[in-house]
Ligand binder design. Structure first.
Ligand code: 9MR
Length: 439
């Protein structure tokens, strides 16, 4: 038997032959010992090289479409039910649960060796009519019962649950979204997480939202503060889902990697949960590459899921936001995604800026708190720190910091890339935001 070796396009060079390839070659009677495996030739194989998954949303109604299932089975190893595990689908009447379509997706996924993300246990949207009409403690109890029942039904089969979805407002307020669930009391989110942990202790529990990709957005900071608070108080949370629905109005932000690394620094995994990017051709391909590279640069960014298989399967099909066209052909965006997954990505700076800064909250006193900042991607840098409200600089270390309030500017002072500041709260306990550029 002869085998032709395709040179690997990967910067990581040749890798060990996989067990699957070895088995195939041995069964064919060939000699495997000197054969090297090329870079991953599917999205799931390429992501697995760095221990990550690559997933997609699946619609139960398309499982009879063999073009669809062939692509999904070949390319993805993490499956999210696009609608079938939502509240209206799983509890159409109070205390009458319907798992038919959710189960179809889980069983398709698991019989094909894939893992499952659960989406979603508590959400203001897609509530069944009976729940929309409830309030107060009756609604709180119904919500907790829903979380408990659904998470128990799927116990042991779910890699990660989106326990709570989209609980914050858009815009500059940083406030919770008004909803019937929010009106049951501000602790409804943590109550949902505790119920989910009790029902399925081995699933990772995620908070999932959109418009939380840009580190400077108030909504991103509000979610960050929620996660920080949960970690500080021992509320069970394991991951943050960045939905990452991008288009011209909401482009891939230049500080996306900073957002990912800053959440990860809180001690949670980050998952890109519903990725789609409107566009076409090179521009779209370039945006997908940037997203993949940002994730690969952060070790706790553990996987990426796109929100559908082909453009025609998308909730916004006219924006052609996915990796396969309507006929199932691979788009330029597919190739750039695959290449980025194969190329590693460790240490890649935010595109266009040359460096990345990670912000993490450190010691805190009643009147002031410390912030640690870590720059990667360059040894020369300028970090612009936007303080909040009336906050003022008390102290800094390992960098030269100018300014006392508003925007502070930090540059290296010969102490390396990790530095810190102490800010007086002056009534505002929110975290500063920071961006990095190479001067
Ligand atoms: O893709 C989903 C679409 O089929 C549904 O009609 C819609 C209903 O709300 O939900 C879409 O998925 C959403 C996801 O559940 C949460 N984040 C935003 C997604 C796109 O709207």
């Amino acid at each position: 038997m002869t085998r032709t070796l395709t040179p690997s396009p990967s910067r990581r060079g040749l890798r060990a032959i996989s067990l699957a390839t070895l088995t195939a070659v041995v069964l064919a009677g060939g000699v495997a010992a000197t054969t090297a495996q090329a870079a991953g030739s599917t999205l799931q194989a390429a992501a697995a090289e760095s221990g990550r998954y690559f997933g997609t949303a699946i619609a139960a109604g398309r499982l009879n479409d063999s073009v669809y299932t062939t692509i999904a089975n070949r390319e993805f190893n993490m499956i999210t039910a696009e609608n079938e595990m939502k509240i209206d689908a799983t509890e159409p009447n109070q205390n009458q649960f319907n798992y038919t379509n959710g189960d179809r997706i889980v069983s398709w996924a698991r019989s094909n060796g894939k893992q499952v993300r659960g989406h979603t246990l508590a959400w203001h949207s897609q509530q069944p009519g009976w729940m929309q009409n409830m309030s107060g403690s009756a609604l709180r109890n119904a919500m907790l019962n829903h979380v408990t029942q659904v998470a128990t039904h799927y116990r042991g089969q779910i890699h990660s649950w989106d326990v709570v979805n989209e609980a914050f407002q858009d815009g500059s307020s940083g406030a919770r979204r008004d909803s019937n669930l929010q009106r049951t009391g501000n602790d409804w989110i943590e109550a949902a997480f505790r119920a989910a942990r009790a029902a399925d202790p081995n699933a990772k529990l995620c908070y999932n939202d959109y418009n939380t990709d840009d580190w400077s957005h108030a909504k991103t900071q509000a979610v960050y503060n929620l996660v920080r608070d949960f970690k500080a108080r021992g509320v069970p949370i394991d991951c943050v889902g960045l939905q990452s629905h991008f288009n011209a109005q909401s482009p891939v932000p230049s500080n996306y990697q900073t957002t990912i690394s800053s959440f990860a620094a809180l001690g949670v995994d980050v998952q890109i949960t519903e990725l789609d990017i409107e566009g076409s051709g090179t521009a779209q391909a370039d945006n997908y590459r940037r997203v993949v590279q940002a994730c690969l640069a952060v070790s706790r960014c553990t996987g990426i899921s796109v929100w559908g298989v082909r453009d025609t399967d998308s909730w916004r099909a006219s924006g052609t936001p996915l990796l396969f066209d309507g006929s199932g052909n691979k788009k330029a965006a597919y190739t750039s995604t695959l290449n980025a997954l194969n190329g590693g990505g460790t240490g890649n700076p935010d595109p266009g800026t040359g460096c990345t800064v990670t912000v993490s909250r450190a010691n805190e006193w009643s009147d002031r708190f410390n912030v640690s900042l870590a720059v990667s991607g360059s040894s020369t840098w300028r970090v612009s720190i936007q303080t909040q409200g009336g906050q003022t600089l008390q102290n800094s270390w390992n960098a030269t910091v100018s300014g006392t309030s508003g925007t502070l500017t930090a540059t290296p002072n010969g102490s390396g890339n990790n530095f810190g500041i102490t800010l007086y709260k002056n009534g505002n306990n929110n975290n500063p935001t920071a961006t990095c550029t190479v001067p």
